[in-house]
Design a protein around this ligand. Structure first.
Ligand code: 13P
Length: 263
């Protein structure tokens, strides 16, 4: 498959951590830390995913200080508006200048019963509102044992892509459920194997051009000490970082993996 230049993305999923005041301090410090280290944002994109209640604050800070940091939400409604208590529409996120939205994180799938069909509907809603869906897929330890590593993520992605246009801008995150928050990351080779299979699904569903330009991230116990190995893999284009994204220095160091990638 033709290699297109895919700008790597280092994304921090804060989950339910950091309130709006803390988010301001965090994003400010992160921007300083990366600027201090002369981080090249055009070479490696950096984005954070704070809770909904932080987004307006992050938007205001990023706009006022013209910070080169992207941001997005951790979930979105599949509906445009109406009687959906507690839900947030994609258009609301677009109004806050969110570029991305995480969809189908394993915690939403397991704790909130999100099916592949819901993930697909949310991806369509996000894309229609001009957001870039960051679609998460991944197998449980049991799936891994029964079906091997790629079967479940591949089938999850095939359904998630069903409604997307050929030219839709989206990102895929491969997050093995057993690697999330466990301290036991996949090996770079495992991540590469599944990322290659996911790229093949994109090619099959949306064509070679979409497959060549779409970024596939690895997530699950990523930290400064192991990011380099993942980034050396040809089909891994970044990371979705949970716990380690809550520490400014650690996250900044992950974003600057090129300094310690050792190639
Ligand atoms: P950890 O990096 O804490 O394992 O979490 C990964 C994750 O779920 C990111 O979305």
């Amino acid at each position: 498959m033709a290699e297109l230049a895919r700008v790597p993305l280092i994304a921090g999923n804060w989950k339910m951590n950091l309130d709006h005041l803390q988010s301001i301090a965090f994003v400010q410090k992160l921007a300083w830390s990366l600027k201090d280290a002369r981080h090249d944002f055009a070479a490696v994109e950096v984005a954070v995913f704070p809770p909904f209640t932080d987004l307006r604050s992050v938007q205001t800070l990023v706009a006022a200080d013209k910070l080169p940091i992207g941001y997005g939400a951790q979930d979105v409604s599949e509906h445009a508006s109406g009687a959906f208590t507690g839900e947030i529409a994609a258009s609301f996120l677009a109004q806050l200048d969110c570029r991305y939205v995480i969809i189908g994180h394993s915690e939403r799938r397991t704790l909130h019963g999100e099916t592949d069909e819901v993930v697909a509907a949310k991806s369509v809603a996000a894309s229609a509102a001009g957001l870039v869906p960051l679609i998460c897929v991944g197998e449980t330890a049991e799936d891994l044992e029964t079906h091997g590593a790629s079967a479940v993520p591949v089938s999850q992605l095939a359904i998630a892509l069903e409604g997307l246009q050929k030219n839709a801008d989206f990102v895929v995150a491969y997050e093995p459920v057993w690697a999330i928050g466990s301290g036991q990351a996949a090996t770079p080779e495992q991540a590469q194997q599944v990322a290659a299979a996911l790229r093949a699904v994109i090619a099959e569903k949306l064509g070679d051009e979409a497959a060549a330009r779409t970024r596939i991230l690895y997530g699950g116990s990523v930290k400064a000490e192991n990011i380099a190995g993942f980034m050396r893999q040809p089909d891994v284009d970044g990371a979705l970082v949970g716990g380690a994204s809550l520490d400014v220095d650690g996250f900044s160091s992950i974003a600057r993996y090129q300094k310690h990638v050792g190639v």
